[in-house]
Design a protein around this ligand. Structure first.
Ligand code: HAM
Length: 418
């Protein structure tokens, strides 16, 4: 127990962190290009926010939340997703009084008590964006385009964009009724989970993976045939604008999403190479959520992208390379008598912006040189009795093996050149 991380969590070792940083920096850059600014919300929120926001009859709220009572008896939940907290912050800080649209991005840990497998963890991370205040289809297109451009810049241009429309409260209710009628006549073919879903949330049945259910769904009514005029026009415009900006997509009525807040456009970006957990990114429009959480009626759209799934994919394609790194200088001292002299040089280098280290393991001079070549360092500054006396240090270039005596200032000039 003591030496094993909890199931469904993972460590990022320094090499992983360097890779993640590279991906995060690109995400930040692309978000800024689209006018999205970073927001950071707490790791935990009041449980009610997610119950209300995500929906009581979803798998996340029913089974997957890390919920506990804190010492004063309040029910607290570790965030299972990023949207509801950003909505809460938008309302709490009255950001609706600022010029709209208000556009945010975040990089955040999320927690879901799911059965861990490749690409599915209990603590995972999301890149996300949320745009508040505009009902325009151009915003739906913008969030999809942002995700696609980011993935393209990472080298993933083959991923599939699946889109669908879930309509608004009104047209979805009609559809739910029809779907319910249809499925009620096919009960004997549905799996046990779907039988429960039938009364509580029939839309969930549409993304059931069970073969019997899939067969039944082949002839089920399709939501796109039930859209009201406004929702249909909106969806048509989204498709036109996606084509206008050069994004290939597939209309997929099976995309229903696992959260209840969506209205109109929903989408997923999928990679078959990820196996069962194929969605790298999911999102859509949610025009009622802000009002439902106590804010003024405010249309909104956004997405969440799983960082672990993304890095898994990048790694499998050899696209997660990091620049080779080397420390500028290692200060090797012949003995403890040279330590203070060496420390002065070390901190002079660090203050001047160079990366540098000195021996702290009591190694012999030979072992220090060996260690320096392993870190690796570009140069070793060797300091012995003679160096301290003459003020000239021995500088060894580890890429060529050549060494030369020079003043510390000359050595620094050499580092600047590299
Ligand atoms: P979601 O589809 O639940 O949507 O999650 C978004 C992405 O997070 C998924 O496509 C997947 O890549 C990743 N993900 C989800 N669960 C796990 C897990 N257990 N392990 C690893 N990765 C996971 C949302 O969360 C919405 N908040 C997205 C959104 C933002 N919609 C509008 N704005």
């Amino acid at each position: 127990m003591l030496t094993k991380a909890p199931r469904g969590t993972r460590d990022l070792l320094p090499e992983d962190c360097a890779k993640w940083l590279h991906v995060e920096e690109l995400f930040r850059k692309i978000c800024e290009r689209f006018g999205y600014r970073e927001i950071r919300t707490p790791t935990f929120e009041h449980t009610e926010l997610f119950q209300r926001g995500i929906g009581e009859a979803t798998d996340i709220v029913e089974k997957e939340m890390y919920t506990f009572l804190d010492k004063s008896g309040r029910s607290i939940t570790l965030k299972p997703e990023g949207t509801a907290p950003v909505v809460r912050a938008f309302i709490e800080h009255k950001l609706f009084n600022e010029p709209l649209p208000a556009k945010f991005f975040y990089i955040s840990p999320c927690f879901r008590y799911e059965r861990p497998q490749a690409g599915r963890l209990r603590e995972f991370h999301q890149f996300g964006v949320e745009a508040f205040g505009s009902p325009s289809p151009s915003i739906d297109v913008e969030v999809i385009a942002l995700a696609v451009l980011f993935l393209e810049k990472l080298g993933l241009s083959q991923l599939k964009v699946h889109i669908n429309s879930l309509g608004c409260k009104r047209c979805r209710e009609d559809y739910k009724k029809r779907l319910n009628e249809f499925l009620n006549n096919k009960k004997e073919f549905l799996c046990e989970t779907c039988l429960v879903r039938l009364d509580r949330n029939p839309l969930r049945i549409l993304d059931c993976k069970n073969e019997g259910c899939r067969k039944v769904l082949e002839s089920a009514p399709v939501i796109l045939d039930f859209l009201c005029d406004d929702c249909r026009k909106h969806f048509e415009q989204v498709k036109k604008e996606l084509s206008a900006v050069g994004i290939k997509f597939e209309v997929d009525p099976g995309i229903v999403r696992g959260l209840d807040y969506y209205t109109k456009t929903v989408f997923e970006i999928i990679s078959e190479e990820l196996g069962a957990q194929s969605a790298v990114c999911g999102g859509g429009r949610y025009d009622d959520l802000i009002e439902e959480c106590g804010g003024p009626p405010t249309p909104a759209a956004g997405f969440g992208m799983g960082v672990e799934r993304l890095t898994l994919l990048l790694e499998s394609k050899g696209l997660l390379k990091i620049d080779s790194w080397a420390m500028d200088a290692f200060i090797a001292i012949a003995g403890e008598e040279q330590r203070e002299y060496g420390l002065r040089l070390l901190y002079d280098l660090r203050r001047d912006g160079f990366s540098a280290e000195i021996d702290v393991m009591g190694r012999s001079l030979k072992a220090q040189l060996k260690y320096a070549s392993k870190i690796p360092a570009k140069y070793v500054f060797i300091i012995g009795e003679e160096e301290v006396e003459t003020g000239k240090i021995t500088v060894k270039d580890l890429s060529t093996g050549l060494q030369e005596k020079m003043t510390f200032e000359e050595a620094k000039a050499l580092l600047k050149k590299r």
